[in-house]
Design a protein. Structure first.
Length: 218
């Protein structure tokens, strides 16, 4: 089997096509959180292009990606931040600690285990922390349109290595996130009209730690 690092070779440090239409929604969601702790973890950081956007919002970013070329570019662009080769299969909490915000755009669809991905995000978050992740959207009308216009071969791009191996609807992504322990899961469809959206942005919360019980003196 080809190593994961060989499947994702970055040739430049430019933003991706998906990041360009996702960022306005992601930025608005981040701003709504009003986080005083400006630390974020970028799971699947690639070439560091998303980390640069987060830096512009005053975040200090750490991240991992299985691509050696991506990590090299991220380190070159943002030497003050910590980027390492890795994936959701690793014990990322032990390596990096926890964060108030985890962002992962267009990554989960590349993972063999969506549940391991969700668990890694959950572990990386401190109590009450927020996950913002995205994935290509699928739903009945979009799937029907792909069939009617004979676009499934192009959509799945099975002849290319390192691309999508999982496909999610709101229902299936909700199941994965809630089984990992996330609550208050909600979605924003991005790109085109909602029934034919390009991507699905999920916003989910790790529950806050329960308040310590107060014992009254008898």
């Amino acid at each position: 089997m080809t190593a994961a690092a060989d499947l994702f070779e970055y040739r430049d440090a430019a933003t991706t096509w998906a990041q360009n239409y996702l960022w306005p929604v992601v930025k608005a969601e981040i701003e709504s959180l009003g986080l005083a702790d400006r630390r974020a973890f970028d799971l699947g950081c690639g070439n560091g292009s998303l980390a640069r956007m987060l830096q512009a919002q005053s975040f200090r970013v750490s991240g991992v990606d299985p691509s050696n070329s991506g990590i090299a570019m991220a380190r070159a662009a943002l030497p003050e931040f910590r980027f390492e080769v890795g994936s959701s299969a690793d014990d990322l909490k032990a390596r990096f600690g926890t964060f108030p915000l985890v962002v992962s755009l267009e990554v989960i669809e590349h993972c063999y285990s969506a549940h391991r991905f969700a668990a890694a995000c959950f572990d990386l978050l401190g109590d009450g922390g927020t996950l913002i992740c995205s994935t290509p959207y699928h739903g009945y009308l979009k799937n029907l349109a792909l069939s009617v216009f004979d676009k499934w071969d192009r959509h799945h791009t099975s002849i290319h290595d390192g691309l999508h191996i999982k496909f999610f609807s709101e229902r299936t992504l909700r199941v994965v996130l809630e089984e990992a322990g996330f609550t208050a899961v909600r979605f924003v469809r991005v790109g085109r009209i909602p029934p034919l959206a390009k991507s699905l942005v999920a916003i989910a919360r790790k529950p806050a730690a329960p308040a310590a019980a107060v014992t009254r003196a008898s």
